[in-house]
Ligand binder design. Structure first.
Ligand code: AHM
Ligand code: MG
Length: 335
């Protein structure tokens, strides 16, 4: 008997195509486009530490220009790949002021999906060789096929998402995504350039022992958040919890999903809506969290119920193991 082969991401996408509501194959082509761009960006991220050495050897940057910043490069690679393959009708990116409408001569706005993307989240971690990630979110357009996309196609509540996921450029590179039927994680074999299904049906433990928040902002947090943090630190039952904060949402989320924990980016007296973007960061992570039996809230209501009003809108974010997010909400609700 031959040993059972691990499924590749490509095979998985095809196998799941038929269980999907709209079976034109367009979503599969789109996910394959993201898979390809992920490999290209992974290659660039992996050589980040070599940039100066390669530059000094004259292999790149012969005009003495500054090396392009990796977040800008990642943005270009994802947009280029999705544009070239003519698989979406519009893209909005955290790196761009406005959305991009895509039309090819022969397709006449026939594509159905829009993609929202944070091409390289946590990019300040690149300089210190710490994990970063890409976050993506996919919706069906709401305006009629055959016409150019409008802002309305992008300003949809998170509950309308068709698919969402992230790529984590970590000790291994992984692509984790959902199409609304659970969450699956694929690990890149760098020697072959192939993603293999390594983490089927990922689930947040119902509760956990890790809290992740930038405690440097403590004095600026609302009283409910301060009280919840004190609760996490109290010696009682399974507490105190452990504090772990990478400062890279994808990495903090990924760890908490595997081990059990809560990630928080609350509002503060310095930032009334917190820091994270509803469309590029919170909604996709919220969709993944809910699909993995976790929870995502702004402290008071479900993230995916919020009706966005602008592309770069920010919201407070509490996300992770269900019981922990509920407990944080309990503290927030106290007068
Ligand atoms: P970015 O989109 O500018 O990279 O910011 C998002 C990142 C998150 O990944 C991370 O959790 C958070 O910002 C960290 O912010 P802070 O340094 O304020 O704690
Ligand atoms: Mg970001």
């Amino acid at each position: 008997m031959f040993e059972k082969q691990h499924r590749t991401l490509g095979e998985f996408i095809i196998a799941n195509q038929n269980s999907f509501q709209y079976t034109s194959g367009e979503l599969s082509r789109l996910l394959n486009g993201i898979r390809l761009a992920a490999k290209v960006v992974n290659h660039e991220v992996n050589k980040a530490g070599l940039v100066d050495i390669i530059g000094a050897a004259g292999e790149t940057n012969i005009q003495g220009e500054n090396q392009q910043k990796l977040d800008v490069l990642a943005n270009e690679k994802f947009i280029q790949t999705l544009k070239n393959r003519e698989i979406v009708c519009g893209i909005a990116s955290e790196e761009e002021d406005d959305f991009i409408s895509i039309n090819s001569f022969d397709k006449q706005h026939q594509n159905k999906y829009v993609v929202l993307i944070d091409p390289l989240d946590g990019s300040s971690n690149i300089d210190v060789n710490v994990s970063v990630g890409t976050i993506f979110s996919i919706y069906r357009r709401v305006t009629p096929v055959g016409t150019p996309v409008t802002l309305e196609d992008f300003l949809q509540p998170g509950k309308n998402q068709i698919a969402a996921g992230y790529i984590i450029y970590g000790t291994s590179t992984m692509l984790v995504y959902t199409t609304g039927d659970g969450v699956n994680g694929f690990t890149l074999n760098p020697a072959l350039g192939t993603f293999y299904l390594s983490h089927p049906d990922m689930q947040f433990p119902e509760t956990g022992k890790i809290y992740s928040v930038n405690e440097g902002n403590y004095i600026h947090f609302p009283q409910g958040v301060k009280d919840y943090i004190k609760y996490c630190q109290m010696e009682e039952g399974d507490r105190p919890y452990t504090s772990r904060y990478i400062g890279s949402l994808v990495s903090d989320f990924h760890r908490n999903m595997i081990k059990g924990g809560i990630y928080m980016y609350p509002k503060s007296s310095k930032a009334q809506n917190g820091k994270l973007r509803l469309l590029y960061e919170c909604n996709p992570m919220a969709f993944l969290a809910e699909q993995a039996n976790g929870k995502a809230s702004d402290g008071f209501q479900r993230i995916m119920d919020i009706q966005p009003t602008e592309l770069h809108q920010r919201v407070p974010f509490f996300c992770g193991s269900k019981k922990m997010v509920e407990k944080a909400e309990e503290f927030m609700a106290k007068p």
